[in-house]
Write a new protein. Structure first.
Length: 261
């Protein structure tokens, strides 16, 4: 048992012991003091989630706009919530597109979308008992939000489009992440994913080879195809993805959580 999981396990045991004398467990009437909104699951479900694994923090980032960052963050949030976890989608992008989506397309009670200016270690410590995963939708610009997210995250997911300009922006992105590593105990896990890829395109295949040339970074085995279905899924009320579109999102989530063995 890893230290992180062991720590959450003993926390869970303590909570269960302190509540052992209760004749019932509060459910949907319990309120999260941080977000002031009802909890969707009974307390025992939260306790099981705490025991299962420590909270994961994933920063979705790219200094170049228009790479599908927010769409990918929403798709991942929906995928992980569908696995039974509580997910916080922290919208740090000034455009607040993810938060806007939550007002018309959010259908799962296990996803909370919250505008968040700064993600700090102190804030994450407050969230540990409330969420299994925090996905940070970072702004497409170099600034404090991106650096702070890179310092506190467990992994950075960097979507890149097939194209010369997109590849050129990657160098600056990696310089930013290298600077953040100096503030961390261990280097940040960096995972490139080729987004809107065309398997028949020589440019998509060439991009994968170029990305593999960056030291200290990993290129996802999964590529996200160029399909209108992803955009349509979040254009209004959530539409379930067809199986061929769901598989790449599932695989990418597995890679991020280290379950792709």
């Amino acid at each position: 048992m890893s230290q992180a999981i062991r720590r959450r396990y003993f926390t869970t045991v303590s909570l269960m012991a302190s509540n052992a004398s209760r004749t019932h467990v509060r459910g949907s009437d319990s309120v999260s003091p941080f977000f002031h909104r009802p909890c969707a699951f009974p307390l025992y479900v939260h306790l099981y989630a705490c025991y299962s694994r420590a909270m994961s923090v994933i920063a979705v980032m790219n200094l170049k706009g228009g790479v599908g960052k927010t769409t990918l963050a929403i798709l991942l949030a929906h995928e992980l919530a569908g696995r039974g976890g509580r997910v916080l989608l922290a919208d740090s992008d000034p455009q607040a597109s993810a938060h806007a989506w939550s007002t018309w397309g959010l259908t799962k009670d296990t996803i909370v979308v919250q505008p968040t200016k700064k993600i700090t270690r102190k804030l994450l410590a407050e969230l540990k008992t409330k969420f299994d995963t925090v996905i940070i939708d970072c702004p497409p610009a170099l600034g404090d939000q991106c650096i702070l997210a890179a310092v506190v995250a467990d992994a950075a997911l960097i979507p890149v489009l097939p194209g010369a300009l997109d590849f050129a922006a990657t160098t600056v992105m990696l310089e930013t992440l290298s600077a953040a590593d100096t503030e961390r105990q261990t280097p940040l896990k960096k995972l490139f994913v080729v987004n809107r890829a065309d398997s028949r395109s020589a440019m998509s295949n060439a991009l994968v080879k170029q990305l593999k040339g960056f030291e200290g970074c990993k290129v996802a085995k999964t590529t996200i195809p160029q399909r209108a279905g992803y955009t349509k899924a979040i254009a209004g009320k959530w539409r379930s993805l067809s199986r061929d579109l769901q598989i790449p999102i599932e695989s990418l989530a597995d890679e991020l959580l280290g379950e792709d063995a």
